[in-house]
Ligand binder design. Structure first.
Ligand code: MN
Length: 490
């Protein structure tokens, strides 16, 4: 748990992180929140202000902008006190006002039956589509609530922790916020599966010490080699895997810890992309790589934007260790994801953010297409909670699709007309059926037939994306209506 800070400590921390920060604005937001919450206490008995303070502290660590930090301090004011959103807007201007309003509208995500749950998800995506910073504040809020769960009765603890694992962590992952995702999961895990957590802690403890020692030795060897080759590096250090992701990986590997090569990985940060490849080459000359474990996420980033080179090698002592190589920009994005674009260092990133968050827009619009609750939940699960694959057009553009998507999904993703008229596909230059399941890295070439009347109803049996489903359905509905019309006017 974070120690309780004073206002001065918070402002000093902000100023150290960002000398250009608007200290006056953040200080004013603090004073405003402190007065507004002055008669309230947290369930733990602490003064309420400790909560917005912890939220602001996390937002400062994420290097968010001034308006977001101020909104973090004010986020519970309209909900819990007599002060209104209009007062906040008057005092802090429209931007802070909008952010606080976004969080207030989001309300508390409470798991009260499936309908409420879906309604909450909808509200969340609508808020995210308007301003993604709202969800970043919500993450910081959730992290502190998880850190202080002990003050709540056990059933409530489990519910909040479960919700965090099922809703917040997949969204953080999809936004590329690796550090936040890891923190949310590690804080939730002990409350959701206390026995499993204890088991893992015991199992890992001794092995962890061993691996940590191996990494230290390897790290010294690597820095010596880099010095010899006159390669400038930013840092070389060991990085322990987050507990919960370790647990999930163990479950996939029959609980066999010896199969996990990245319990602690060696992370090498160098100045630029070409140095990344150069270092990979040097590493492979010195340490024999394990077959099939070299991953170039720079040339082919993960769907959430993650970039790095990964390789697994045999050390001189015969141990197997994972090495990750990246530049500072990749590092920043891997830790902070979408939040990295609000860092004070980077401006005019609006277009980039728009492209990266297109899927949020789609999700928020989906609520109009899917009136049926079950359908909506099913499609949400496919769109964010499932693994995504990335495939290529013949020109090399990357298309992000859900797992098991088919050439028809691909065609509709490109354009509705291409979807309606597609009659064949080549995957990696091989002719394939339209229901072939695509895999990451496939190059997909769709052939169309102008004379084709439209999609086949059978396609609904195998398409995976909501775009394809809804386009096919609406074409079929229209056709039915048209023929009905013809019959009626005959
Ligand atoms: Mn709160």
């Amino acid at each position: 748990m974070q120690p309780v800070m004073t206002k001065e400590e918070l402002l000093t921390k902000l100023e150290n992180k960002n000398p250009k920060a608007d200290i006056a604005l953040v200080g004013k937001a603090y004073d405003f929140a402190e007065i507004a919450h002055k008669d309230q206490r947290r369930k733990s008995g602490e003064p309420y202000i400790t909560h917005p303070m912890a939220v602001a502290n996390t937002l400062i660590e994420l290097e968010m902008d001034d308006a977001t930090i101020a909104a973090g301090l004010l986020h519970d004011v309209p909900e819990d006190t007599s002060i209104t959103l209009i007062d906040i807007r008057k005092e802090f201007g429209p931007e802070v006002g909008r952010l606080v309003r976004g969080i207030t509208k989001l309300g508390q995500l409470k798991y009260r039956g499936i309908e409420r749950y879906i309604e909450n998800l909808r509200r969340m995506f609508v808020a995210m589509a308007k301003d993604i910073r709202v969800i970043v504040i919500k993450f910081a809020d959730r992290i502190h609530n998880l850190e202080t769960l002990e003050a709540l009765p056990p059933e409530k603890r489990e519910r909040i922790a479960m919700e965090s694992l099922e809703i917040y962590s997949p969204i953080a992952n999809r936004l590329g916020m690796g550090e936040i995702k890891g923190r949310i999961e590690d804080l939730s895990f002990p409350h959701v599966s206390p026995d499993e957590y204890e088991w893992l802690k015991k199992k890992v403890a001794s092995r962890y010490k061993e691996v940590d020692g191996q990494i230290k030795t390897l790290s010294n060897e690597v820095t010596d080699i880099l010095d010899e080759e006159s390669i400038n590096y930013v840092s070389v250090h060991g990085r322990a895997k987050h507990y919960y992701s370790l647990y999930k990986k163990l479950m996939e590997n029959n609980r066999d810890l010896s199969k996990i090569y990245d319990l602690v990985a060696l992370r090498i940060v160098v100045n630029d992309v070409s140095s990344c490849y150069e270092v990979l080459g040097i590493i492979h000359q010195e340490f024999k790589p394990l077959k099939g474990r070299i991953k170039d996420y720079i040339a082919q980033p993960k769907p959430n934007g993650y970039r790095s080179l990964h390789t697994t090698v045999f050390t001189h002592q015969g141990e197997i260790v994972e090495i990750q190589i990246r530049d500072p920009e990749m590092h920043n994005e891997a830790e902070y994801g979408i939040a990295a674009h609000w860092h004070y260092k980077e401006k005019d990133e609006t277009k980039k953010i728009k492209e990266k968050t297109l899927w949020i827009d789609q999700l928020s619009k989906m609520q109009q297409e899917f009136r049926d609750e079950d359908q909506y939940l099913e499609s949400l699960k496919i769109d964010i909670f499932h693994t995504r694959i990335f495939v290529f057009t013949p020109k090399g553009d990357v298309i992000d699709l859900p797992e098991d998507a088919t050439p028809v999904d691909f065609a509709y993703h490109i354009h509705t007309d291409i979807g309606h008229h597609c009659n064949g596909a080549k995957v990696n230059d091989q002719i394939c059926t339209l229901e072939t399941k695509l895999k990451s890295g496939d190059v997909v070439d769709i052939s169309t037939d102008k004379n084709r009347k439209g999609p086949s109803e059978d396609w609904l049996n195998f398409v995976k994306t909501n775009t394809a489903k809804s386009r096919i359905r609406s074409w079929i509905n229209k056709k039915r209506k048209d023929s009905l019309q013809r019959i009626l006017t005959q």
